[in-house]
Design a protein around this ligand. Sequence first.
Ligand code: PLP
Length: 382
Amino acid sequence: MNSLDDFAARKLAALDRGALRRTLVETARGALYVERNGRRLLSFSCNDYLNLSQHPEIKAAAVAATERYGVGSGASRLVTGNHPLYAALEARLARLKGTEAACVFGSGFLANTGIIPALIGPDDLVVLDELAHACLWAGARLSRAAALAFRHNDVGHAEELLRAHRARHPRALIATDGVFSMDGDLAPLIALGALARRYDAWLLADDAHGIGIIGGGRGSTFAGATPADVPLQMGTLSKAIGAYGGYLCASQPVVALMHNRARTLIYSTGLPPATVAAAIAALDLIARDPAYAARPLAKARAFARRAGLPEPQSPIVPIILGTAQAALAASRRLEDAGFLAVAIRPPTVPEGTARLRLAFTAAHPDDAIERLADLVRERVPA
Ligand SMILES: Cc1ncc(COP(=O)(O)O)c(C=O)c1O
């Protein structure tokens, strides 16, 4: 074996030993059910919280955009890829989030890895929640700023770090998920916003799992009685919005700076017109029926009550099992009963906290939720 293949094979063998090796499983998705390994399973592992990826009106919008503008966008947005649908999408996003402007990126991952290095550099400081999504950490590392982790949702610890380090850096950023992707809890954005103001730091909240479902569909910044002060509201169009792409909602100058400095925007091709049209149609649907946005959380709460689990704050319900083997075994037991709940293992979650991560959607049938809850209460872990 040559050294490259030998390297890969040894890495994979180590993953196998820890039950941490991942494989791609072919999955044909419908609105609720998936076909996988020759079986039809009711999925609790899709982030399509409003089931919009399969909505006829949204599919029709995507088809119409392809007919009108073609399949690909042909170039970076800064060159010729800025097709007319972008302006309509960005106007809707800015309106939803209450900001002056918005900037759409190729994905949520590309957004965070573009936004952070456009704002801070090697002399600066970034303070992140220890459970912040991998792409916030990737953006922080790309910026080469000093990156410090505060304990999960611990505003006091974030303040300690700022008190000790802020004065040595010209600029500082606080970065957190708004809804934590693997735990489903919400960040204390009101307290973090106030902290950021006290230390002249800029707050970036990643609302990938909040837009469309939390705060009447406006996202986690709007989860409380009054909106949090979050000047950098980032998120993705790939989950509740049912399409693809990332965004930043912010002031006019910040968005104009992204057009000039965010390398993942400048040096990457614009989104396909169909994807942008789908996101516009989804946002229109959400705006027309804000009550629909509340359904995934209501379903998650009904499940948790019956399963004897703590009340969730979002449609994400973790069932922490500890070892990777335990999480895989629990996932198999649910699969035998017709449910898809993919095991989430390190390094996606911290060592010793492998879990099932259940994601509830607006259309999950109540009787299936009850069956799943009974199974979880009685048989997970077995
Ligand atoms: C919290 C969070 N941020 C960002 C992303 C990345 O978004 P995208 O899938 O659009 O790249 C994800 C998941 O994919 C996420 O869970």
